[in-house]
Design a protein around this ligand. Structure first.
Ligand code: AP5
Length: 212
């Protein structure tokens, strides 16, 4: 099973990928996490990437594809792609990459969320520096530490309301055409993201059980 999980910023891709990874024993590749790990390494490349993603723009296609190809070719497990592909050029490159590796994308799932929900969801997001847990916090009673491991919580620099609005514009311009790219492939499915995380997970599980 090789799954592409699509959705606008804040749709719940990271939250659901973590659950699906466990349920279906998949290898989770989050393109955002790959870029943030490069930034955290302090490399020159990481500094260039930080300047792009902190403004809410996309890193160049060739760079993203080459970073991900190394990871994809190093695992034989089924993969869940979270946040990739984000442009039609990346979708074409993914098809070519999978063909070279004798693999194929089995399902493309869009977590559909109304844009009116996005800013409030993302403003309430905190992530644990230690275990990576994604949390939804009550802004009136913010958590001081990760409930799972006690690690420090942080807000992403690209999560301010202004940056989120820009990320949504980029999503419309560059990423929605990817939906059209997959829509006629017979592998494209949409799931309602505007319900509890448990219900979204149940719906995703039903979809993936069929292609297992
Ligand atoms: P990336 O990290 O992929 O960000 P994104 O796509 O904008 O998505 P988010 O991580 O913001 O949201 P999510 O859908 O994972 O939601 P989450 O589960 O966290 O990319 C960041 C940047 O990197 C990009 O802007 C770009 O610059 C660059 N980049 C990445 N990939 C690239 C690519 N392929 N090419 C070029 N550049 C690339 O949930 C959000 C919040 O909502 C959390 O607080 C969560 O607890 C809560 N929540 C989740 N589900 C629910 C629910 N059902 N109900 C209520 N709350 C919920």
């Amino acid at each position: 099973m090789n799954i592409v999980l699509m959705g606008c910023p804040g749709a719940g891709k990271g939250t659901q990928s973590a659950k699906l990874q466990q349920k279906f024993d998949l290898y989770h590749i989050s393109s955002g996490d790959v870029l943030r790990a490069e930034i955290a390494s302090g490399s020159e490349l990481g500094k260039k990437i930080a300047a792009i993603i902190n403004d809410g723009n996309l890193v160049p296609d060739e760079l993203m594809v080459s970073m991900l190809e190394k990871i994809v070719s190093a695992t034989e497990k089924g993969i869940i792609f979270d946040g990739f592909p984000r442009t039609v050029a990346q979708a074409e490159a993914l098809d070519a990459m999978m063909k070279r590796l004798n693999r194929e994308i089995t399902e493309v799932v869009m977590i559909d969320l109304p844009e009116s929900e996005v800013v409030s969801r993302i403003s309430s997001r905190r992530q644990c520096k230690k275990c990576g847990e994604i949390l939804h916090v009550d802004l009136n009673a913010p958590l001081t530490a990760c409930p799972a491991c006690g690690g420090e919580l942080y807000s992403r620099p690209d999560d301010t309301p202004e940056r989120v609005k820009h990320r949504l514009e980029v999503y419309h311009h560059d990423t929605l055409p990817v939906k059209n790219y997959y829509q006629n492939s017979g592998k494209y499915v949409e799931v309602n993201g505007n319900q509890s995380p448990e219900q979204v997970f149940e719906d995703l599980t039903k979809v993936l059980e069929k292609v297992k």
